[in-house]
Design a protein around this ligand. Structure first.
Ligand SMILES: Nc1ncnc2c1ncn2[C@@H]1O[C@H](COP(=O)(O)OP(=O)(O)OP(=O)(O)O)[C@@H](O)[C@H]1O
Length: 199
């Protein structure tokens, strides 16, 4: 069946999570590239300053700490987290606005964020991308060439925690093992386009 002839009947945002290096970004990019009129990504808020070349509203919504705290206190984030001195969050309004324009919002969220979204009962579908094995995950992290040894070891330790959490029944609507990329992509596409009656 061709997925270009109809739109997904389930319009809820799709939350993609999984250990670092498992291929979330790769799969997520493919989905957006192949269906640019159907899906869009959510742009996070952050209190960190923009890096050279980053555009406000495209890479992030860059805000002050005060503005961030105000939005958080008013329940404006579906999830938020602090990394180092900086705060990051996904705004509800941002998701609603993009959904209102007819797009399905895809979010790349780490495990703690997934827990927050689930606790808030924000309507979403949850997909977990698992590596074929811990050895292959390590190979991908090293192969990517973006992380220092210390960071790779931290990511591998965190991966164990996330894989354990993913086994908890009911946490994810779909678990996809990203072994062969195209096979995993087809599974993701099949899931997001599945008729409501099949879920
Ligand atoms: N099915 C696959 N087979 C082999 N390599 C893959 C596959 N999927 C992704 N990769 C490669 O694995 C590396 C990690 O992928 P990616 O950066 O998409 O992971 P991620 O889960 O988004 O990580 P992070 O959470 O750190 O952003 C990349 O170099 C990517 O090209």
């Amino acid at each position: 069946m061709s997925y270009t002839s109809h739109l997904p009947s389930d319009r809820r945002p799709v939350v993609i999570s999984g250990p670092s290096g498992t291929g979330k970004g790769t799969l997520f990019k493919l989905l957006l590239e192949r269906h640019p009129n159907t899906f869009t990504f959510s742009v996070s808020h952050t209190t960190r300053g923009p890096r050279p070349g980053e555009k406000n509203g495209e890479d992030y919504h860059f805000v002050t700490k005060e503005a961030f705290e105000e939005l958080k206190a008013s329940g404006g984030f579906v999830e938020s987290a602090q990394f180092g001195d900086n705060f990051y969050g996904t705004s509800k309004a941002n998701i609603m606005e993009k959904s209102a324009k007819g797009k399905i919002v895809v979010l790349d969220i780490e495990m703690e964020g997934v827990k927050q979204i689930q606790a808030s009962r924000f309507p979403a579908r949850f997909v977990f991308i698992a590596p074929p094995s811990e050895e292959e995950l390590e190979r991908r992290l090293r192969g990517r060439g973006t992380d220092k040894e210390e960071s790779i070891l931290k990511r591998l330790a965190q991966a164990k925690v996330e894989l354990e959490y993913s086994k908890k029944p009911g946490v994810h609507d779909k678990i996809i093992v990203n072994d062969d990329l195209e096979t995993a992509y087809k599974e993701l596409e099949g899931f997001v386009y599945a008729p409501l009656a099949e879920m």
